[in-house]
Design a protein around this ligand. Structure first.
Ligand code: ADP
Ligand code: MG
Length: 393
């Protein structure tokens, strides 16, 4: 006899599909549960059976070879109709509903069946945790209770799987949002830098040349220029210098014009000049000749920038060495300082936004970052693959 469909069949199927469990590989957690069920109930066969539209598919099994059977012959399809009780068939050969069932009349020659419903919080039964025997038998009260308890364990596993998938989706989404904002921020920085350069930089340079011209004219006539004029000229110089620094802090044009490798060399020079810390960089010719797209260039540059800022701020170092290589189709940059060495609690601090940002930038591009501290200093190694990672999956 073929089981009728539950009233809520289409919602039930939607609930089942939502778990995204059908046709997945065997997993230890589920396998352990069927093994325990068989052991406790003393049956040769135990299954986690999920009832799909046309078939029953086994997430875990002992004592049975088949990966699935038709829904028509599934005992579990009958169990769906009684969501709150253990569905027990003590002797299938004598049961009019199953006597002509091909699973009874031929291999695996089922005779005894007991299935505990796999019920979602919304009351949908996805299938059963069932035990099966080739000869008639009974389960005592504690075996029945155990089978029920194990079926709840299956649901706990399934729900955890669902939660994990949701969490991963949310995490991926957050990562996309962060990356998107980062791109907007870089664009905005570029725009502001260009505006400051074109508008303010131009005006300052104009002021400076008028002042120089005025001073020159006075000097050529043999007189001494007004000290206010000289002072103004020096102020203009320092304002031009400030404008230049602000622009490069926002986004160095060398990064967009000459690429990441030139930008890193340029930044190290700047860093050394500004901090008086010996900073050397080693990029081999093959690497220096490799073109890198804007996204990776920006990420790598910002990571190095943050790392060097940290060296200047926290390390108490006298020297920092950078080494950049393309290895196994990935950019690998190592930054080593000879300072006090970062300590591991620093890496776990909730407010380490600089380091968290470095990790995130690398991870977003499918790469990795490691930071290691010792008595002889701190080493940061960042690795970013040149290939596009797949996002949004
Ligand atoms: N090169 C380094 N040497 C020693 N300590 C470091 C180094 N880089 C980072 N740190 C430690 O790690 C902490 C976290 O760094 P970071 O996330 O960049 O935050 P912030 O620089 O704002 O403090 C720093 O406060 C510092 O204690
Ligand atoms: Mg920092």
């Amino acid at each position: 006899m073929i089981a009728s469909l539950p009233d809520n069949e289409s919602e039930r199927l939607r609930a089942l599909r939502n778990y995204d469990i059908l046709d997945t590989l065997p997993e230890r957690e589920y396998q352990d549960i069927v093994q325990m069920a068989a052991l406790i109930c003393g049956t040769p066969i135990a299954l986690i059976s999920l009832i799909d539209a046309e078939r029953q598919w086994f997430k875990a099994k002992v004592g049975l070879e088949a990966a699935e059977t038709s829904r028509q012959s599934a005992f579990c399809a009958h169990a769906l109709l009684e969501p709150d009780v253990l569905f027990i068939v003590p002797d299938a050969r004598r049961d009019p509903r199953f006597a002509d069932n091909p699973l009874v009349t031929a291999a695996p020659n089922i005779n005894f069946y007991a299935g505990a419903p796999l019920k979602t919080v919304d009351g949908h039964v996805l299938g059963t945790l069932c035990v099966v025997d080739q000869k008639p038998r009974r389960l005592d009260a504690s075996q029945q209770e155990a089978l029920f308890a194990l079926s709840r364990q299956v649901m706990t596993q399934l729900d955890m799987r669902l939660k994990l998938a949701e969490l991963q989706r949310a995490q991926a989404q957050l990562r996309e949002v962060a990356a998107h904002q980062d791109r907007i921020m870089e664009e905005e920085r570029k725009r502001i830098a260009r505006e400051i350069h074109d508008e303010l930089g131009g005006v300052m340079t104009g002021i400076k040349s008028y002042l120089s011209f005025a001073i020159d004219t006075v000097e050529r006539s043999g007189a001494r220029p007004d000290p206010h004029l000289v002072e103004a000229c020096q102020l203009a110089d320092s304002a031009i210098e400030t404008v230049r620094r602000v622009i490069t802090d926002l986004r160095p044009s060398v990064l967009d014009q000459l690429g990441v490798w030139a930008a890193l060399e340029w930044y190290c020079d700047q860093f050394q000049e500004r901090t008086r810390l010996a900073c050397s960089i080693d990029i081999d010719a093959a690497t220096a000749g490799t073109e890198v797209d804007t996204q990776r260039s920006t990420a790598l540059f910002r990571i190095v920038q943050e790392t060097l800022t940290n060296v200047a701020r926290h390390a108490k170092a006298s020297r920092v060495v950078l080494r950049a290589r393309i290895e196994n189709a990935a950019m690998v940059v190592e930054i080593r300082d000879n300072g006090r060495g970062i300590v591991s609690p620093d890496l776990l601090r909730q407010d380490s936004w600089g380091i968290a940002g470095m990790y995130e930038r690398a991870r977003y591009l499918g790469g990795a970052l490691t930071i290691h501290g010792s008595d002889s200093g701190t080493t940061v190694i960042v690795c970013i693959p040149m290939e596009e990672p797949s996002h949004g999956s």
